[in-house]
Write a protein that binds this ligand. Structure first.
Ligand SMILES: Cc1ncc(COP(=O)(O)O)c(C=O)c1O
Length: 387
């Protein structure tokens, strides 16, 4: 694809689940900000600042459009990454408004550890739910009464999705709970599962969405009543007295400031807006190319008796180990052939190591930049290594 023409021939990048490659239009937009209107947003009156403000506002609107959520009910705030977003919310949740915290066994350390920290801070009980092989949760097995639920809607080791997300959200809300979705993996290639679903908050990382390094919190305005004030500073207030202040977020127009303390990454926010426009305009052939690539690679590897997958089906993200071959050594061998893939437990230590008792794994995570030639190359290299 033209947008990734900076990739050298023979360079195969298979780590999109960590950071997707950035299309040229995104890189150009960030450069443009730094070279043409480098200015602080939301405070300055000179013309560079006006241009920054327009583009930052556009990016906020595009996030809601991409997720098919209504601006009347939801607000978009920027932060550092998914981990920071989840921690920021959990660290400010009022313990007296809830009875427990629930997460699931297949989580990345980001929600997994922050749910432990929540339990330690509040003393509220913590429960780890099971996930089926297809990623769904058996809602009738759990009591969601007044619970804070924090779970992913797509995993980072095999891409399994929270297939019954609507049923889970309904059950949690009916029982008086709230649900925070870790959408770090869903946003780039599985956003359909999330579109229009009215959860309480969605946290994701723009760097896994073909955009610059940035975190995003999309949150329902009603969540505000369940939060204490915790992490505060510049850019968040309308007035300050000796011992008190007036939060700007009390005003719908400035609600996003609730989680935005201090200056933001304006150029990166603008880059996110451009990435979303690019994604929403991609031709069907780009998605078909991705599907063909990951299906072919999965089927090829799965046909070898020596390859053991965690995946139960083809997905752009796939994890496996090869019998009698240390995954880290395999990763280094792949790297010598210019194939870039991850090895280990990908921050899912509890599930992959302690529940499934897998050895360290190899993860191939494909993206829209991958060419059919990449797959031919990986197949050839794997053939050489395995046999
Ligand atoms: C499902 C999931 N959640 C959370 C994270 C944490 O993302 P970040 O490191 O950008 O905070 C990741 C990162 O890989 C992830 O895949």
């Amino acid at each position: 694809m033209e947008e990734f023409d900076y990739l050298d021939e023979g360079e195969v990048y298979l780590d999109s689940a960590c950071q997707s490659l950035r299309p040229r239009c995104v890189i150009d937009a960030v450069n443009k900000y730094y070279t043409e209107h480098n200015s602080c947003g939301e405070r300055v009156k000179y013309k560079w600042g006006v241009e920054t403000d327009e583009k930052v506002e556009e990016a906020r609107n595009l996030v809601l459009k991409y997720l098919d959520l209504k601006p009347k009910k939801y607000t978009v705030s920027f932060t550092l990454n998914t981990t920071y977003g989840i921690n920021l919310i959990l660290s400010q949740i009022r313990a007296d408004a809830f009875s427990k915290i629930m997460t699931s066994e297949i989580e990345h350390n980001s929600p997994f550890l922050s749910s432990i920290a929540f339990h330690e801070r509040t003393g509220l009980p913590r429960e780890v739910m099971k996930r089926n092989e297809d990623g769904s949760i058996n809602v009738f097995d759990y009591d969601f009464t007044d619970a804070v639920v924090v779970i992913n809607c797509a995993s980072n080791f095999d891409g399994r999705k929270l297939l019954n997300i609507k049923e889970v959200v309904k059950a949690v809300h009916k029982a008086g709970g709230i649900i925070i979705i870790d959408a770090a993996q869903a946003m780039a290639h599985s956003v359909d599962i999330l579109r229009g679903v009215e959860v309480d908050a969605i946290c994701f990382s723009a760097h896994k969405l073909y955009a610059p390094s940035l975190g995003v919190i999309v949150w329902r305005d009603e969540l505000d009543a369940k939060l204490v004030r915790g992490f505060v500073g510049g850019g968040m207030v309308d007035d300050v007295d000796k011992d008190s202040y007036v939060f700007s977020s009390e005003n719908k127009e400035h609600r996003y400031t609730r989680f935005e303390s201090g200056l933001q990454a304006w150029g990166e926010i603008i880059g996110l807006g451009v990435a979303l426009k690019w994604l929403m305009k991609l031709p069907k052939s780009a998605w078909r190319n991705l599907e063909n690539n990951y299906t072919e690679l999965y089927e090829y590897l799965n046909s070898s008796a020596k390859v053991h997958f965690v995946n139960h089906e083809a997905n752009p993200t796939m994890s496996f180990y090869v019998e009698s071959l240390d995954s880290h050594l395999l990763g280094s061998a792949l790297s010598r052939e210019n194939v870039m893939a991850r090895t280990g437990y990908f921050c899912v230590h509890y599930y992959l190591d302690h529940v499934l008792k897998q050895p360290p794994l190899v993860r191939f995570s494909l993206g829209l930049h991958n060419r059919p030639e990449d797959i031919d190359k990986v197949k050839k290299v794997m053939e050489k290594i395995i046999h």
